[in-house]
Design a protein around this ligand. Sequence first.
Ligand code: SAM
Length: 326
Amino acid sequence: MLHTIATATEKDSVIKFKKDVLDGLQSSPKELQPKYFYDDLGTELFREIMKLPEYYLTDCELDIFRHKTQELSKLITQDNDRFDLIELGAGDGFKSRHLLDYLVHNNSNFTYIPIDISKSALTYLTESLNAQLPRLNIQGFQGDYMEMLPKACKGTNRRKVVLFLGANIGNMEVSQAGEFCRKVQSILYPKDRLLIGFDLKKDPKKVLAAYNDQSGITSKFNLNLLERINRELGANFLMDQFEHYPVYDPITGACRSYLVSLKQQQVYIGESQVNFQKNEVIQMEISQKYDLNGIRDLAATTGFKTLGMIMDSNEWFVDAIWEKMG
Ligand SMILES: C[S@@+](CC[C@H](N)C(=O)[O-])C[C@H]1O[C@@H](n2cnc3c(N)ncnc32)[C@H](O)[C@@H]1O
């Protein structure tokens, strides 16, 4: 059942979007924040990316959520207590619904609280879950998950379990991932848990191909953010003057996607002018790959105890389950 959807006002969102875009494009190197990929079209394109043969990440985590559901459930539940299952950036819940299904059918006493910046993703998620699992108690929050998490936690004294799937943590630099974990830790209480999906270092060709698919959907997904800026902020980016360019560094584990300006050009965002040199890049997204020791260190240095690490059958991806230290 869907109770409420809390929404940031649309006007505030546009003002913030414009400020973030201008700050990013006036910095050096230029960058855009990946959370803005997900307007309606971006959400749709990301669903297509998840089905691409090159994009192994979804299949790996799906393998865990489908085939190791009982292990996951054991690591997040505790003595049949009532808890809140909060999912950050839930998307279409493609993987988490396997866990939700298991929990509902095993009579776990919990409320599912998905948080997503995309209204269309949240609407699709709640409607499809209502149909699939009518007994599931859902309370969705629309907005940035770091703004919404304290609101979602407020007002109940139930234990919290926070899900952060899809290697979304990889969209942060390693130092930012540390800050993120510390921030979540400060919002939670001792014994609350955090389940994070990490993509692991592997064959560099395999990694790079996931961000450079042959059908060009990832390129469309990146360019859609420029189109979104045109649509929502009155800008005049020309799509054929920018090209998608991903690179992977197997030593640091950082896979970065750029849009390269194919010529010297000026772009207007409303009244503000942004200049591009030929071959200047906009950093669009980092997708950081980890190793198991790095993940254990991240837990230990941000105030969490590792309860378990569950890997897919290829050992390409891991869901780590942590508990806040008291
Ligand atoms: C890569 S998808 C992953 C979806 C899902 N977690 C999964 O693993 O399949 C990222 C989702 O997070 C949402 N998202 C991205 N940045 C966000 C933010 N800062 N706050 C809230 N939602 C965000 C997007 O709208 C999108 O639905």
